[in-house]
Design a protein around this ligand. Structure first.
Ligand SMILES: Nc1nc2c(c(=O)[nH]1)N[C@H]1C(S)=C(S)[C@@H](COP(=O)(O)O)O[C@H]1N2
Ligand SMILES: [Mo]
Length: 160
């Protein structure tokens, strides 16, 4: 291949790579409640009025506890804003993009100031798993001292 051809091809490859690496990933959350399936967009979550910031300590196994600050929406408030009633449900299943799964009881979610869907950590939007983050969405259970149920990369909530 001659240089006249190689330069434009290299330029196209560089532009494509920059585009792929800087492209905003679409953030969505699927909520399945029987026949009712809602797909919530990131914008809805990020602009939700009733969001809160709170301190939390993450205890990963074998590592020192990390003090951090999360911003998110109390799950119960998100559900009621979306017109979702979980009062007669038995369990709520959270599925993550890496296959991790957590099941919570309705009582746990109804406990005030306990279960949050978070999207910012220490003032910064949480990155996806692909980009080395614990987001873009993570569940934080404030009354659960061990963070093993704080499911990262949540993409689906099933109400049963
Ligand atoms: N999606 C997903 N969430 C997860 C895990 C996981 O493997 N996948 N591990 C859990 C465990 S065992 C712990 S201790 C914490 C670790 O959180 P950290 O990565 O923010 O330290 O995440 C929890 N949430
Ligand atoms: Mo863990």
């Amino acid at each position: 291949m001659n240089i006249k051809k190689a330069v434009p091809i290299a330029a196209i490859i560089v532009i494509l790579l920059v585009f792929l690496l800087t492209r905003e990933e679409e953030v969505t959350l699927r909520i399945v409640n029987g026949d009712d399936v809602k797909t919530i967009k990131g914008e809805y979550i990020y602009s939700f009025e009733d969001s809160v910031t709170f301190p939390a300590v993450i205890r990963s196994s074998g590592e020192k506890p990390v003090e951090t600050e999360y911003k998110g929406i109390e799950l119960e408030k998100l559900f009621s804003a979306l017109g979702i009633d979980i009062s007669s449900a038995e369990r709520i299943t959270f599925n993550a993009s890496d296959g991790y799964r957590v099941i919570l009881k309705v009582e746990e979610i109804n406990e005030p100031n306990n279960v949050y869907l978070t999207y910012e950590r220490d003032g910064k939007p949480m990155k996806s798993k692909k980009r080395g983050g614990d987001g873009p969405l993570r569940l934080v259970i404030r009354r659960d001292p061990f963070s093993e149920r704080w499911i990262k990369h949540v993409e689906e909530i099933i109400i049963e």
